[in-house]
Structures are given as C-alpha cells and as structure tokens.
Design a protein around this ligand. Structure first.
Ligand code: ADP
Ligand code: MG
Length: 363
C-alpha cells in the first residue's frame, strides 16, 4: 500500500524555485530519506507534507486522498524537529501525553498509552522525571515517543540527529531504525549526512537544487549512481570525464567500452546499459575502495592499471586513504584500503600501481 504520493510538487518563493517538480511515492511502513546539501529544499518539501506550507503547484496524497485542503493538525502526520522542543516545564509523562490531551483522549487511556510507549522506547521508569534529568539520547527517544504515541500514518523527521555528538549519533541511527521497524510507522527522514541515510533507509531520494536526482535503495545509489552529483554526494569517488573510443555490446546486455579521459588516460569500462555510443561524452566513477594498491606492476592485472606516485596517506582508524598522482596524466587518484598503509611500508614519494577492474568503473 502507498502511504504518501507527491505529484509534480513545486514551491516558488517569488522568483526563487525552492522545490522543482518533485514526484515520488512512499510505501507503507518504510523508512524513506531525503538526502541533499544544505539549502537544496528539503525542509521546504517536508513543511509542505506537514501542511505548514502550500505547494505552488502539484498534489500531495495520503492514502490516495489529496490533503491540500487539510490543515496541519488534521493531517495524519507528526513531525520531529531539528531541535527536539520538549516542554521543559512538563515531566516526561506530561510531554508524551500532550498530543493525546489535546485530542481529548480520556485520562485513563492516556496513562495507559504513555506507559506503553515509554516501555517500547526502553525508558519504562522515567515518566516522572524532568526533561533535564535525561541524557541527550534519552531525550531523543522521548521526542520520538511523543509522536509515536499518536499513531501517525507518517512521521516526518527534519535532521533530528544534527545536534548530537558523533558517538551518540552513531548509536541513535541504529535505535531510530529499530524503533521504525518495531512500530511499523512510515518515516520520512531528512538529512544532509549520507552515512545516516545509507544506514537507515529503505529508499533514499537524493535532492539537489530543488530537484530529485535519483530515488533508490542505498545499494542502488552507491553502485549505480545515475548522475555525477549522486556519485559524488553518496560516498567518495574518483571521477574522470572523457570520450568513448570503442564500444562493444555483449550478449548479456552489458557494454564493454574504452574511454579516453580528458587528462589522457585510457580506461576499460563495463556498463549495464546497452547504449554507450562511440564519441559520446561520459563520466567514469571509481570508488576508492574498489582500487587495489600494489608496490609492483602486476602481469595478470585487472583491466586498468595506473603507475602512480604516493602524495599523501591519511589514516582515520578504520582505513587508510592513499592519495596518489598518476604519472602519465598528472591526475589525482584516491584509493582506500582497510588496513594501515604502514603494513605495506608505504610512504609519500613511493611508486605504486593502482588497479581496478572494468566492472568497478561506473558511468
Ligand atoms: P534545506 O532544508 O535543504 O537546507 P530549505 O528548504 O530550508 O533547504 O531552503 C531551500 C531554499 O529555499 C533556501 O535557499 C532558502 O533560503 C529558501 N527558502 C526557504 N524558505 C523560504 C521562505 N519562506 N522565503 C524565501 N525563501 C525561502
Ligand atoms: Mg533544512
């Protein structure tokens, strides 16, 4: 079942187009993220879903009914804001029960539902506590509980983890996803942080300058980016622009082709598309972790092998990034390896060979 459908939504602020002809659907019970840089129109889109803002044109349907004429408080939607906005003068129980009291739900039922939701977010004994007695992570869970207790069809979340420190953010990512699955509520989650979106989402829409560039699963966006923007915004990537020199269609609908890059390299590539015409312009993307680093040239090498000189090595704990200059073209290439580069005795100035298979060259 489809919970939400947006059809050709536009929002203009006088001359400026904040949201530019966006269409998408969200199936019931899924975690849908809108990922894009600051200023690309994410909050404006969310505010239209919530009803705080009207689209200039287009339609918004919830469970197949247009909600354009429905005021915010009558839509089956709740919103968690960037700054949690718990009421500091109310205790936790009162905070969570606030929406139910406004709906005129009977006292006994409120108490029951508040207790149940507190248990489900793992804070069964904190109903009488004050907001300032809770940690950042606990407040986050209470902010969610306050929305989830109302059983909304859609829960909208506008960068809710933005204010938390790194460690807590990592932990809350996992908790948020877990709570979403348990409650089965449809989440629309806004973020500019690609790792948040990749970890939690069933589907991600990548947004840029008011438009959706691509909607897909985390896997699809990472391995089959449709635009240069998606390839560079979702994950790190090397990128070469060039011209197709030769192109051969395979039986399995793949195309094997060779690209001469603008900086003079020849790259072997494979695409799932059967339409890669000779002389067309293409961008080739290679993920840093798809590149193999070796100290000497390999005879039985992967299709692409570049002789390079190490310029810099960046170790961040989980991996080493090797920044190298390609000797033939002078271009800069980043490779990533899951262990420290010291293990190979690698240092700046060393000669290395960077190789990757044609299959790893996305375009
Ligand atoms: P994001 O949430 O992705 O950072 P916003 O939706 O907040 O982006 O803003 C998108 C663009 O629309 C920005 O350039 C912002 O300045 C502009 N904008 C947002 N709201 C208004 C408004 N009420 N009037 C004029 N411009 C606005
Ligand atoms: Mg915003």
């Amino acid at each position: 079942a489809i919970d939400l459908a947006c059809e050709n939504i536009c929002k203009h602020f006088s001359e400026f187009t904040a949201v530019d002809n966006v269409s998408f659907t969200i199936p019931q019970g899924s975690f849908f993220s809108i990922l894009g840089p600051s200023g690309c129109g994410k909050t404006t889109l969310l505010r239209m879903l919530a009803g705080f803002e009207s689209p200039t044109s287009g339609d918004i349907l919830i469970k197949n009914k247009s909600v354009l004429d429905v005021p915010p408080n009558k839509r089956p939607i709740n919103m968690v804001f960037q700054h949690l906005a718990l009421f500091p003068t109310m205790n936790i129980e009162q905070n969570i029960g606030y929406g139910l009291r406004r709906q005129g739900v009977a006292k006994a039922e409120i108490a029951e539902r508040v207790a149940a939701v507190l248990k489900r977010v793992g804070l069964p004994d904190s109903g009488k506590k004050r907001v300032d007695q809770l940690s950042g992570g606990q407040r986050q869970r209470i902010a969610l509980a306050r929305c989830l207790v109302l059983n909304p069809t859609l829960l909208l979340l506008d960068e809710p983890l933005g204010a938390l420190d790194l460690k807590l953010r990592e932990q809350m990512k996992i908790e948020l996803k877990q709570l979403q699955k348990e409650f089965g509520t449809t989440f629309v989650y806004i973020t500019h942080d690609q790792s948040e979106a990749l970890v939690m989402s069933d589907q991600i829409a990548v947004m840029n300058q008011g438009k959706f560039e691509q909607v897909g699963t985390p896997h699809e966006l990472y391995y089959q980016p449709k635009t240069a923007f998606v390839a560079s915004f979702v994950g790190d990537t090397n990128r070469w622009s060039g011209v197709v020199k030769s192109s051969v269609n395979q039986e399995d609908h793949q195309t094997q082709y060779q690209v001469t890059t603008n900086d003079g390299l020849t790259l072997d590539c494979v695409s799932q598309s059967s339409d890669i015409p000779v002389s067309s312009n293409v961008d080739v993307f290679v993920r840093p972790e798809a590149i193999t680093v070796s100290l000497s040239a390999m005879d039985n090498c992967l299709e692409n092998q570049l002789e390079c000189q190490v310029e810099n090595i960046l170790f961040d704990g989980a991996k080493s990034q090797i920044i190298a200059i390609d000797k033939q073209s002078g271009g800069c290439i980043t490779a990533a390896m899951p262990q420290t580069a010291d293990f190979m005795g690698l240092k700046a100035g060393d000669a290395v060979y960077l190789s990757f298979s044609a299959k790893q060259a996305l375009s």
